[in-house]
Ligand binder design. Structure first.
Ligand SMILES: Nc1ncnc2c1ncn2[C@@H]1O[C@H](COP(=O)(O)OP(=O)(O)OP(=O)(O)O)[C@@H](O)[C@H]1O
Ligand SMILES: [Mg+2]
Length: 231
């Protein structure tokens, strides 16, 4: 299980996280919702080690993550699908997937077959450049690249952003499959309420750097939760 306890995060003098505490359990989909600029990506940067916290504790399966570099966290089983996908545009699809080998021992450096069962388009496009794929295909590639690292927890930052509905469905199906078949933990940051309601076991809502609501997915339909999500 991943635990974040009372995390603070600053960009210079600006504070983006204020005492944020969340948990993401193995075999569960945990969703963090919130409007633009409330600190969702900052929370994931704190978890993956892309930005240091200025207070609080982050731990995964008993190991403290504070102070560890991103690649050390990847080795511990934290897989990251960043906002905007961050595909290497000049590398092929195969090479983008192989970028996920970095935290693996030499003998483990293979691409798991289930990535191609989940996203068949990746197999048919192995030789294409990442930059030539559509947004939805790039999103599938970014998820595939994270899965190559054999994560124990998959952390996704707005995977539905700017993606066509049919591919959103495929991504939702893949996330459920990963939870049910591998028992991995999924931490999903989203603005798309219906996607979260459909997938989540547990939800948090953030507003201005703080957690303002927590509960099972059904609680998203309470007036109190809605108030934090409408513009
Ligand atoms: N590198 C940075 N330097 C300074 N301020 C930043 C930086 N990155 C984010 N911020 C600010 O921190 C706050 C939280 O940003 P963050 O990216 O975590 O929000 P978000 O919830 O992910 O937003 P979105 O839904 O638009 O992706 C915002 O006010 C943002 O302007
Ligand atoms: Mg963001």
């Amino acid at each position: 299980m991943l635990t974040v306890e009372k995390a603070n995060l600053h960009y210079g003098a600006a504070q983006a996280l204020r005492g944020v505490s969340i948990k993401a359990e193995m075999g569960k989909i945990t969703c963090v919702l919130g409007r633009n600029g409330v600190g969702k990506s900052s929370l994931l940067r704190a978890i993956t080690g892309q930005h240091p916290v200025s207070g609080g504790a982050i731990a995964f399966n008993g190991a403290t993550l504070n102070g560890l570099a991103p690649y050390s966290r990847a080795k511990l089983g934290i897989g990251y699908v960043p906002q905007g996908r961050e595909i290497f545009p000049l590398l092929t699809v195969k090479e983008n997937l192989e970028a996920g080998y970095a935290p693996l021992k030499r003998g483990d450096r293979t691409i798991p077959d289930d990535i191609f069962s989940l996203f068949p388009v990746l197999q048919s496009m192995l030789g294409r450049r990442g930059g030539d794929l559509s947004g939805g295909q790039q999103q599938q590639l970014a998820i595939g690249r994270a899965l190559v690292t054999r994560p124990k927890i998959l952390v996704l930052d707005e995977p539905t952003e700017g993606i066509q509905p049919s591919i959103i469905k495929d991504i939702g199906r893949a996330i459920k499959y990963l939870r049910d078949s591998t028992g991995m933990a999924i931490l999903l940051v989203e603005q798309y309420l219906d996607f979260c309601r459909e997938l989540a076991d547990h939800v948090y809502i953030m507003d201005r750097g703080e957690i303002v609501h927590e509960g099972p997915a059904e609680t998203l339909d309470t007036p109190e939760a809605r108030r934090h999500l409408t513009v």
